[in-house]
Write a protein that binds this ligand. Structure first.
Ligand code: GTP
Ligand code: SPV
Ligand code: MN
Length: 594
């Protein structure tokens, strides 16, 4: 498919190592893709679902020990340890290549090696970057064909350039003790072995578009962020764009596809989705910050997605979608997950592929008793989404009015607040914390600091990353305003107080009104907080201005407690945390103590 000698030499070298029977180039044609789907079904890697109810849809189950990203097995392999920083796992590149070479050796024997040329971003746009993933997994191929722009057009666009990210993936033995997700930013290289799950193996996503891209962004003066991108359309047709960084499984997909409450819909408000997980941000010629979504599909959390919470996401999954680790309804050969509806299938297989008894479901042991794994996912083409933005394929992206940070905090963080400057906003991002979710292996529900929702995804030192944020702020003539939200405050019984989902529109509109100086705010020690009356509660059941007031309250004691934790976390990041961040922290503490 190409004469590019950098590509060909590298593929030959990797094929010598992994020893596949054949090399199959993925061209992106519907004909080849359909043949590969059929082959995946023949090999038992995919199950074809009901063609009438879910046309073009498939079910895949990963190994039981391989159901989420594995942060403990994810490494940044820079020559100098300091460049990877204290928050990342680090391995010496030479040592890492040597160890993984032995794991890859002969790993593709008996089957083909697929060569997937893919572009993150619209092929031909200045934003786009090219990668090639070599893999032994048809699941990876079929997912990458949805999640990225892949095939012949990409290899043509690369021409004879050496500028591409080299990705190598093999499932090998799926041995979790030998699982490695390794990044070599100095070599533009990613090696992933012994996993077959999503973020560990779809190398264009977290590995390239965040870890490698964040490294490139720092060198080249742009940003790669774990952010959704949405457009709010006003009744007069004007559209304002917002990006938002929430940790994994904290509501990006839901916010990105929000359907406004009826009171707003009636007036003509709409929300358009540009992206649900990753944003690449650059300074435009007009001095504003511009965002593109480098992906071409959604790898979204299935549980909780339903006709009420996120009808747009649900609609996106009704055709040409791959479901991973959901429950299989054998009666009609469709899929189900917790929170889809109140009718769990009676004749079904759980995410492990075992006969499933819905009556045994125990909220306290979701992984053990649920039909779908808590981190089960759908891979759906972006173009399936009813609210996909007309700017989705734009070469330049969209101009950003507001950047929003947020996490799951039962207490402390108010519903929304605004930072007082770019520097203060970067500080607000740096002190983000959230309760952990099933998106990564490990305990769920533990508060951990997750700066800018990028803790697992920054490809270099976290202190340097903060520095890059500050540097970007100095270079953007007309920067977005920076906010923080929390949809997850709970009452004494542990129930969420704020209704969330579509009603988050009420908060978005306050945020955008602030960006245009159309609404006032109260200055508090942490920043600007809305006057409770300025969050519209019309049409909400049981939520009054008083509820909003409670949601907006700032408890000085718990914030001061948090400040101690932040100081410890900064110390853990190490000496590259910029002085400006410590100044912001000190000023915050002083305001809280006053
Ligand atoms: P990744 O794809 O892992 O990066 O996650 P994401 O941030 O896109 O998460 P997603 O939108 O899929 O949200 C996952 C979980 O958050 C689901 O359980 C949702 O039901 C829940 N969720 C999303 N929005 C809200 C909200 O406004 N309020 C509440 N209470 N829960 C929400
Ligand atoms: C996340 O965990 O933030 C995801 C899913 O978006 S994965 O692609 O598996 O990383
Ligand atoms: Mn994500």
């Amino acid at each position: 498919m190409t004469n590019n000698k950098y590509v060909l030499d590298w593929i030959n070298e990797m094929a010598e190592l992994t020893q596949p029977d054949s090399i199959v180039w993925i061209d992106g044609s519907e004909e080849q893709t359909e043949a590969l789907r059929a082959e995946a079904c023949r090999k038992g890697e995919m199950i074809k679902l009901n063609e009438e109810l879910l046309p073009g849809c498939y079910l895949h189950r990963t190994a039981v020990n391989d159901v989420a990203r594995v942060e403990g097995r994810t490494f940044i392999c820079t020559r100098k340890k300091e460049d990877a920083g204290n928050i990342n796992n680090w391995m010496d590149p030479k040592e890492c290549y040597a160890t993984l070479t032995e794991l890859f050796r002969g790993s593709m024997k008996g089957g083909p090696m697929y060569v997937i040329p893919y572009s993150m971003g619209v092929v031909g746009s200045d934003f786009a970057k090219i990668g090639i993933e070599l893999t032994d997994s048809l699941y990876v191929v079929l997912n990458m064909l949805i999640m990225t722009r892949a095939g012949k057009t990409v290899i043509d666009a690369l021409g004879d350039s050496p500028d591409f990210v080299k990705g190598l993936h093999a499932r090998a033995e799926l041995d979790e003790k030998k699982r490695y997700i390794c990044h070599f930013p100095e070599d533009n290289t990613i090696w992933s072995v012994n996993s077959g799950y999503g973020g560990n193996v779809l190398l264009g996503k977290k590995c390239f578009a965040l870890r490698i891209a964040s490294w490139l962004g720092r060198l080249e003066g742009w940003m790669a962020e774990h952010m959704l991108i949405l457009g709010v359309e006003y009744p007069n047709g004007e559209i304002k764009y917002v990006t938002a960084a929430f940790p994994s499984a904290c509501g990006k997909t839901n916010l990105a596809m929000l359907i406004p409450p009826e009171i707003y819909r009636k007036q003509g408000y709409k929300v358009w989705c540009v992206g649900d997980d990753i944003a690449w941000l650059r300074i435009g010629k007009d001095g504003r910050l511009w965002a593109v979504n480098p992906e071409n599909g959604f790898f979204g959390v299935a549980p909780g997605t339903n006709e009420h919470s996120n009808p747009n996401a649900l609609a996106a999954t009704r055709k040409d979608t791959i479901f991973t680790n959901v429950c299989h309804n054998l009666d009609n050969n469709t899929v189900w997950w917790e929170g889809l509806d109140n009718n769990p299938p009676h004749n079904a297989l759980n995410w492990r592929g075992e006969k499933w008894d819905y009556t045994k479901y125990d909220k306290a042991d979701k992984v053990g008793t649920s039909g779908a794994h808590p981190n089960s996912r759908f891979t759906a083409p972006a173009k399936n989404c009813p609210c996909v933005s007309s700017e989705f394929d734009s070469l330049t992206g969209v101009p950003v009015s507001a950047i929003v940070f947020g996490g799951r905090r039962a207490k402390t963080a108010p519903l929304v607040y605004q930072s007082t400057s770019w520097q203060n906003g970067a500080f607000v991002g740096s002190i983000m914390a959230s309760e952990t979710t099933a998106a990564a292996a490990g305990a769920v529900g533990v508060v951990r600091r997750d700066p800018m929702a990028m803790r697992p995804f920054v490809g270099y030192d976290m202190g340097d990353y903060f520095g890059h944020w500050l540097e970007m702020g100095k270079r953007i003539p007309n920067p977005p305003k920076i906010f923080h939200v929390n949809w997850f405050r709970t009452d004494a019984d542990g129930n969420f107080i704020w209704p969330g989902y579509g009603d988050n529109m009420r908060v978005l509109l306050w945020i955008l009104a602030r960006c245009e100086d159309k609404v006032g705010a109260e200055i508090t020690p942490i920043g600007y907080v809305p006057h409770a009356e300025d969050i519209n509660v019309e049409g909400l059941d049981g939520v009054t201005v008083d509820t909003v007031r409670e949601l907006l309250s700032v408890d000085r004691e718990s914030w001061l407690e948090d400040c101690k934790n932040i100081r410890d976390f900064y110390a853990q990041i190490g000496e590259r945390v910029p002085a400006e961040m410590y100044e912001e922290l000190k000023a915050l503490e002083e305001r809280l103590q006053k």
